[in-house]
Structures are given as C-alpha cells and as structure tokens.
Design a protein around this ligand. Structure first.
Ligand code: SIN
Length: 285
C-alpha cells in the first residue's frame, strides 16, 4: 500500500497512512516520512502497537537517541525496569511505585528537554493504554507564531536569549535532585536564542521552552515577565494549534525545534501508558 500524507487542516500535523512501523523502513520510505515530518512538524501514525525494540528502531531512522529525561523526585527508581532511551509517561502505580512520569496532571505548554544545551530535535510517543476521556495532547506551530508576531514583540526578542529552567517537569514537579527556584534570574538550565533557525528547513521559529521560571537574560525582572507573558499569550492562540485525541496504537512524532505541546489532565482512576523516545539534536542557533 502506498504511503499517504493527509494534513490535519489545522496549523500543523498530518496523518500518515499505509506504513507499518513494526517493520524496518526502506531508505525511500523513510525519506518520504522525513519530508512529511519537515513539512507538517507533527505526524500521526494510527494502529502502531510497537514493542520497545520496534519503537527504538523506528526512532533511530531520525538519528541517535537521547536518554530519557530526569523525572520528579517521587519517581526515583521507577524507570529502572525500562530501557534508558525509553521514557514511560504514565499515571499507573505498581507495587507502590509509579511506572512512569507526569501522572494524571495537566502538562503545560513546552518543548522537550530545552533545559539542556543540545535539546532533542524530535520526540516519538506511542500510546499503549489510554483513558476513555482526557489526556489529549495539543501542539503549537512556532514558525507561524514567529511569522505573525507583532513588530514590537519581534524587535524585543531579536538577539535575545532566554533561560530554560531545568528544575521542574512540565507538570510542575521538582525533578530529582533539583532545588526550588526562588528567583528566576538564578534558575538552573540552558540559555537559548528566542528565535531559532531550523537546521533542515531554514525556517525561523519562536523558541521559548516553557513559561514557568523562564527568564530573558539581561532584562529587568518585570520586563522579562511581561515579555514572556505576551509571547506565550501569542503563540498559544488556537489558530496556531492542533489537538490530538489518542487511540491505543497511535504514534506521534514531533519536531521540538519548531513546535510546542501540552497535555490535558485526565481521570486518575483510569490508566494511561505511553512510551516515548527522544532523538538527539543540536545547540539551537
Ligand atoms: C510529553 O511528552 O510532554 C507528554 C505528552 C503526553 O503525555 O501526551
């Protein structure tokens, strides 16, 4: 069956049909997948029930994998059973320990692991168990957010660098070993340009990481807070976003260099189990 790419009709994302990701892809098949991904920034593949080995093999088409990020303190040890490249995202508790990260809470808008100097360029997420409702994941197109920035805001961020805080996860929990941030100017993390150029497409995108504990280097604190509030209000407008409602077997691959994402909370009495890989990226420029 020939591969078909069907755009979502929203600001980003496409549904890819006619590909079985449990099987190795030929060079031609992967080239077509990669081109679709660069064109649409997020790809959805339905009915892909991958083992961890298959998930890793598919992910490695994009490049070398990063190890999973550090999770919240109360998850210490929970990742032990898993491969180091696989990040389990789940609310399930087994033998008194969470089997994965992020629980059932809302995850705020972010781009993955931007608190390191060389954040992963892509993430691949495969749904194994999902709740009946909730837990939807939304994506935002940061090329479009940049293109539509009012001139004043654009001028304010040209040549500016922002700190991407590493102390908390996207659900606001402290990571293992991190201390609470009392002054965002002193927050740990990585400093990245607020406008980045995509190394493969050449497109310019807004690059913000996450709102919590963000700080624009060299600005007065109040000015930095106001600027970040204005930028986040702009880039999360519905016209730049697309929301995915999961089914078991769905696999999404997204480009962290030009998108942001968030996740809805869900009923903690129901199980949600997702396995994620992250593909190594470059220092943003
Ligand atoms: C994430 O990678 O931020 C989690 C997304 C999700 O749980 O749907």
């Amino acid at each position: 069956m020939a591969m078909e790419v069907i755009p979502t009709g929203a600001a980003l994302g496409a549904d890819v049909r006619g590909v079985d990701l449990t099987q190795p892809l030929s060079a031609e098949e992967f080239d077509a997948v990669e081109q679709a991904w660069l064109d649409h920034s997020v790809l959805l593949f339905r009915d892909q029930r991958l083992s961890d080995d298959e998930l890793i093999r598919f992910s490695q088409h994009f490049g070398a994998l990063d190890i999973a990020p550090a999770s919240a303190t109360d998850m210490a040890g929970a990742q032990e059973k898993s491969r180091s490249e696989i990040w389990i995202i789940s609310n399930v508790i087994e033998n008194g320990k969470p089997i994965g990260a992020l629980g059932d809470k809302e995850a705020e808008w972010h781009t993955d692991m931007s608190y390191v100097d060389e954040p992963p360029m892509a993430s691949v997420l495969n749904a194994r168990e999902i709740p009946r409702t909730g837990g939807d994941t939304s994506f935002g197109n940061m090329y479009k957010a940049f293109e539509t920035l009012p001139d004043g805001l654009r001028r304010e961020i040209e040549n500016r660098v922002c700190n991407h805080d590493s102390s908390t996860t996207s659900v606001g929990e402290l990571r293992a070993g991190a201390g609470e941030v009392v002054d965002v100017r002193e927050a740990p993390g990585a400093k990245h340009p607020m406008i980045r150029t995509h190394p493969a497409t050449g497109g310019k995108a807004l690059y913000l990481g996450r709102r919590l504990n963000g700080y624009v280097q060299g600005m007065e604190l109040d000015a930095s807070e106001a600027l970040l509030d204005a930028l986040w209000a702009h880039c999360t407008k519905p016209e730049f976003t697309w929301t995915h409602q999961w089914r078991v077997g769905d696999l999404l691959v997204w480009d962290n260099r030009c998108t942001i994402h968030r996740r809805d909370s869900f009923n903690g009495a129901e199980r949600r189990v997702m396995h994620r890989t992250q593909i190594k990226g470059d220092r943003p420029v």
